[in-house]
Ligand binder design. Structure first.
Ligand code: IPD
Ligand code: CA
Ligand code: CA
Length: 273
């Protein structure tokens, strides 16, 4: 596990978030080792939740509540808990549940902190690779002890993009929009990836591993933690209408500054409807 001393002192909020995530991660890693014993239920077509998601969320809620009793919560599994202040934790306790349940070691805990309308801190923790991505507004973005910067690649032909591929739970229109977007992008880029955890897709753009990432039909908890990290790494982010309502629309285009216009011109027309 990431040496916790290395992150102590960054900021009180980040310490609280990281410590809660480390605690929740211990259970996730244990459960991942015995994934066949987990109770799994279906929330909808192709949308599963396990006892691992619920236990991790409970730990995050308990720890964050203890540290900041007046803050509110938006949680994937338990919904909204109003706070007394205008500060809200936005939590995905296990981003990449499908990977997790299939024994694929690519998933994360994502926590964002919103004050008023503004996202001010975020962490994304991948407990299998022991990679902790974190950022606080104005303080830069980090992966473990290393400062993060988005990729400097300027040409699509050298670029690798990430996305999400629609499945059984998406509408025919969503599938069509994706096909059209992919058709446009494929002949122009070095590669397209679908790894299956939105929070890590965003963190990977922040880390310069991908030049860009786009996906519609997400939820605020998929995005909140990663957006702060991406911005603090010098990245650009918008929703798929070109605005800044990523959390409300659940859609995102994230990239570096050099490719933002090119990717907006390519992708946004496909998501007009
Ligand atoms: C999912 C992942 C995936 C994205 C899905 C999300 P979950 O989150 O982030 O990459 O394509 O749409 O719902 O359900 O594993 O927390
Ligand atoms: Ca998620
Ligand atoms: Ca989840």
């Amino acid at each position: 596990m990431v040496n916790q001393l290395r992150i102590v002192g960054r900021s009180a909020h980040l310490n609280v978030m990281c410590n809660a995530a480390f605690k929740a991660a211990r259970g996730l890693v244990r459960d991942f080792g015995e994934v066949e014993n987990l109770q799994v239920s279906r929330k909808g077509p192709g949308d599963f939740v396990s006892t691992a998601d619920k236990k991790a969320e409970e730990i995050l809620f308990t720890e964050l509540k203890k540290a900041r009793p007046s803050y509110g919560f938006i949680m994937e599994e338990s919904g909204v808990v109003q706070g007394d202040e205008d500060s809200t934790w936005i939590i995905d306790p296990l981003d990449g549940t499908t990977n997790f349940l299939h024994g694929i070691p690519h998933f994360a805990i994502s926590v964002g902190l919103k004050k008023g309308d503004e996202l001010i801190a975020g962490i994304v923790y991948d407990p299998i690779k022991d990679e902790l991505f974190y950022a606080e507004k104005g303080g830069g973005a980090f992966l473990n002890a290393r400062r993060l910067r988005v990729s400097s690649r300027q040409n699509l032909q050298d670029s690798v993009l990430a996305t999400g591929i629609p499945c059984i739970r998406h509408t025919p229109l969503e599938r069509k929009q994706f096909e059209n977007a992919l058709d446009k992008v494929m002949p122009l880029v070095a590669g397209v990836r679908r790894f299956g955890a939105a929070s890590l897709d965003l963190a990977y753009v922040a880390a310069g591993r991908y030049e860009g990432y786009w996906e519609p039909a997400l939820k605020s908890w998929d995005l909140a933690g990663g957006i702060v990290i991406l911005r603090e790494a010098g990245g650009f982010v918008c929703d798929l209408k070109g605005g800044e309502d990523m959390l409300e629309t659940g859609s995102i285009l994230a990239t570096n500054q050099s490719l933002k216009q090119t990717l907006k011109d390519l992708l946004l027309p496909e998501y007009k409807l």
